[in-house]
Design a protein around this ligand. Structure first.
Ligand code: SDX
Length: 443
């Protein structure tokens, strides 16, 4: 038995947690994270004690160890592979952060050029996939199209193993990173009845996306560098967020041996929910409703949100992990104001309402007592709206940003020797055993 250590000593792997139940007791080892987080390893709990734990929403339960992203929700810290989100947002373009998340390091000039060349080479989708778009109704939600198209990629581009040990970039991942952007732009063009615009090797990742979205045979469009810079920043803010709902879905689907395409398609569907990635669309709809129905007065919305009705929540507020200001929201708010000013939208009423709503909520005891602050979705939609991106594409933008994070976690899960197929337990509270009753004897 390890010697008793004073509770004032910093946690050590020598420490153990004791569980006592009905006259017996067991001890369990603790695991230490890089930043001092402490976990109790209960992987033998049921075998030792017959007990399971119950933790709806996995609020207290870690599913894995990971070296991709670190979040300190109390101090508002977010780092990817050790780099602070503030530094990445200020100094990188989105694809650099995608490379960092997937390969664990920022690319040098040679690696960057190779990655960019591969992204260009795989930016088009098979011509036969274009026809899929033709059969969707114009009002089809782009998240439905995106998920279906991603899983269809496996029919045109079967996953190929890594046969070249000198090729660090997973070809399937690179292909998916490049094609998701094309599929997203095509789904937008389909929804407005305009011809598809193809990617160009002359443009960067974000320039290409904006060009495929807004160029057409009748306009002489070139992406505004201010918008390109802002889009890179907003995609970086969404690139990864450790074990959030959609990333957990990607990991658990991948744990069954499902393909990367199938796992990402599942993650897209999870992200679509209004409590998760769908919140950025819900924020704009909430702000526009305040403008339309409450004549811009935010008090009614705040009072509705305080009633605790899940359907009247302040969208873009609150977070499972952050109990202080989401660092991404702070960056997004500043970038949003600068973007609207550079685009001459100084007095955008929706931005004004958002900032007043934030100020009032942050000074209201209901939100203060529950540690409810703006999250990444609160300002993002206002910026996308200023870029000309339609509301129903906001969650698609979240998916484009989150894709490198999903890929990184899917790969990490596959490579983790401790991982097995995800299969949580449950506490059954249904009917006890009962005899079968033939239909004619049922009341
Ligand atoms: C994302 O996990 C991630 O990392 C996600 C994400 C990522 O990058 O992947 O950060 C992206 O999903 C951001 C969150 C986007 N969703 C929204 O903005 C929707 C509105 N927010 C909430 O629904 C809520 O805050 C959640 C879903 C984000 C978090 O919910 P929790 O942690 O399960 O908290 P809870 O539902 O248990 O609420 C605790 C209390 C409750 O009140 P009481 O019952 O204690 O009285 O806070 C209240 C809730 O009613 N509350 C809110 C509120 N959010 C929580 N009340 C009003 N408005 C809100 N927005």
């Amino acid at each position: 038995m390890s010697k008793k250590r004073p509770s004032t000593a910093p946690p050590s792997t020598e420490d153990r947690v004791r569980l006592s139940w009905r006259g017996r007791s067991w001890t369990y080892p603790i695991r230490l994270g890089t930043e001092g987080e402490v976990a109790v390893d209960i992987s033998t709990l049921r075998r030792d004690t017959g007990l399971i734990t119950l933790d709806p929403g996995f609020v207290n339960t870690g599913a894995c160890t990971s070296d991709i992203t670190f979040i300190d929700g109390e101090r508002g810290i977010l780092r990817h592979r050790g780099y602070a989100i503030e530094d990445l947002a200020e100094h990188c373009v989105f694809l650099e952060v995608a490379y960092l998340l997937i390969l664990g390091k920022l690319p040098n000039r040679t690696e960057w050029q190779h990655f960019s060349d591969l992204m260009n080479r795989h930016s088009m989708i098979h011509e036969d996939m274009r026809d899929f778009f033709l059969n969707y109704p114009e009002h089809a939600h782009p998240m439905a199209v995106l998920s279906a198209m991603v899983v269809s990629l496996s029919s045109f581009y079967p996953e190929i193993g890594q046969d070249d040990p000198n090729e660090p970039l997973d070809i399937t991942a690179t292909r998916l990173l490049s094609k998701l952007r094309t599929i997203a732009a095509f789904s937008y063009k389909k929804s407005i009845g305009e011809p598809f615009v193809y990617p160009s090797h002359r443009m960067s990742y974000c320039e290409n996306f904006l060009n495929m979205m807004f160029s057409s045979p009748v306009n002489d469009y070139w992406p505004d560098p201010v918008v390109v810079r802002a889009l890179n920043l907003f995609l970086i803010l969404h690139a990864d967020h450790e074990q959030n709902c959609s990333t957990s879905v990607v990991r658990i689907v991948g744990s069954a041996g499902s393909s990367l395409y199938a796992s990402i398609a599942a993650g897209i569907c999870a992200l679509w929910g209004p409590l998760h990635g769908g919140a950025n669309q819900a924020v704009i709809e909430m702000l526009e409703r305040i403008l339309r129905e409450d004549r811009g007065r935010v008090d009614k919305m705040i009072e509705r949100a305080k009633k605790g009705d899940p359907k009247s929540r302040l969208m873009g507020f609150g977070h499972r992990i952050y109990k202080t200001y989401d660092p991404r929201a702070r960056i997004a708010k500043d970038a949003c104001r600068k973007l609207l000013a550079r685009l001459g939208m100084h007095n955008d009423p929706v931005l004004e309402i958002a900032m007043e709503l934030e100020e009032k909520a942050l000074n209201d005891p209901y939100f203060q007592e529950r540690h409810l602050y703006p999250n990444v979705d609160f300002y993002t939609g206002i910026a996308y709206r200023a870029m000309g991106i339609p509301t129903n594409m906001f969650t698609v933008m979240f998916a484009i940003g989150r894709l490198p994070g999903w890929i990184a976690h899917w790969m990490e899960n596959r490579r983790d020797p401790a991982q097995k197929i995800g299969r949580p337990r449950q506490l059954y509270i249904g009917e006890p055993a009962r005899p079968f009753v033939p239909m004619d004897q049922r009341p």
